[in-house]
Design a protein around this ligand. Structure first.
Ligand code: ATP
Length: 214
């Protein structure tokens, strides 16, 4: 099964990396593909360009063969529509190979507002990561989609190319990219929140630092 874990990764942190390993193990796949999405320029943070996000991600997975980086959404530019990405992947992998995208319940609760959302379950499975603070609204489109497509086992998931939704609740570390950026803006330490190699590279490039004098 080809497993994709998308996000802004602005920057990547140990919460992302740890949950990626948990998912890889629990879903019994050789590797999980971390896929950074494009961010529109008006949402950009000081210093964190797409190339920086991609370079830091690549650094974070060094020596961890179970984690790989797929930069296709950055290379493509423009908005990162999951349906486009999955169609592109299908051209490479063919129609029979199981493909799955990881989504948190926070993201999935607004799923029916995504571009071409109805195409997505036709192209891949969804691995729904439960976040206790983000339950699906009763009677909402995502909730009924889950009820229609729920798959109870990983074996069932791997038996077909897509169309299922599998719920999973892996342990998560209390780390957010927002918290990492805030610490950097305030000149505080981010050690043990992100891999050491990433800490060093952020410092070397002077990323996410507050304006001098602020
Ligand atoms: P921000 O604070 O900038 O919103 P973030 O830390 O939530 O960023 P994203 O890049 O937006 O990170 O998230 C990518 C994916 O990782 C999302 O599915 C998100 O739910 C998940 N994620 C974020 N932080 C954690 C964490 N600590 N543990 C597990 N998953 C996480």
């Amino acid at each position: 099964m080809h497993l994709i874990y998308g996000g802004t990764f602005d920057p990547v942190h140990n919460g992302h990396l740890r949950v990626a390993i948990e998912l890889r193990e629990r879903l019994g796949v050789d590797c999980i593909h971390l896929m950074p999405c494009h961010i529109p320029p008006h949402r950009g943070d000081p210093g964190g360009t797409s190339q920086d996000r991609l370079d830091l991600l690549n650094l974070s997975v060094t020596d961890e063969p179970g984690l790989r980086v797929d930069g296709r959404e950055l290379t493509r530019g423009g908005p990162s529509y999951t349906a486009d990405t999955l169609r592109q992947l299908r051209q490479e992998l063919g129609t029979d190979r199981p493909v799955a995208v990881v989504l948190g319940t926070d993201a999935f609760s607004g799923f029916d507002r995504w571009e071409e959302w109805e195409r997505i379950p036709e192209l891949a499975h969804i691995i729904l990561v439960r976040r206790p603070q983000a339950e699906l609204s009763p009677g909402s489109v995502p909730e009924s989609l889950l009820a229609e497509r729920r798959v109870e086992s990983v074996r069932e998931l791997k038996a077909r190319p897509g169309g299922g939704i599998y719920e999973i609740e892996p342990p998560m570390l209390e780390i957010s990219a927002t918290g990492v950026r805030e610490r950097l803006e305030q000149g505080r330490s981010i050690r043990f929140l992100v891999p050491d190699a990433v800490v060093k590279e952020i410092q070397r490039r002077g990323l996410y630092a507050g304006e001098p004098g602020q």
